[in-house]
Design a protein around this ligand. Structure first.
Ligand code: ZN
Length: 98
């Protein structure tokens, strides 16, 4: 029985990938007397927001050799994700691009 331990690019057969995770967040600051945001006093600090909302998230696995990008979605990136699952995500993205 064959066990897959490496993830192979269907385009060029290379096995080096980068996972890209692009997310869009909207930060809200309540305007108060001294500066925007209840947590800011002198300047607008990007991490001192009052509310953060995720607007969009995009993931893709990109082959470092040929540059092909395979859209994917993993809601948890943990040790539980096996090379086989990554290979299947790549295979289905590759098929839908054909
Ligand atoms: Zn490739």
């Amino acid at each position: 029985m064959h066990h897959t331990t490496r993830v192979i690019c269907p385009v060029c057969s290379a096995d080096h990938f980068t996972l890209k995770y692009q997310a869009t967040y909207e930060y809200s600051y309540r305007i108060d007397g001294n500066a925007p945001g209840l947590n800011n006093t002198n300047e607008l600090l990007p991490y001192m927001y009052d509310q953060r909302e995720q607007k969009d998230a995009k993931q893709s696995i990109e082959c470092k050799t040929c540059g092909t990008s395979y859209p994917c979605y993993f809601d948890k990136w943990t040790e539980g994700i096996t090379p086989k699952m990554i290979q299947e995500a790549i295979a289905s993205a590759y098929k839908s691009q054909q």
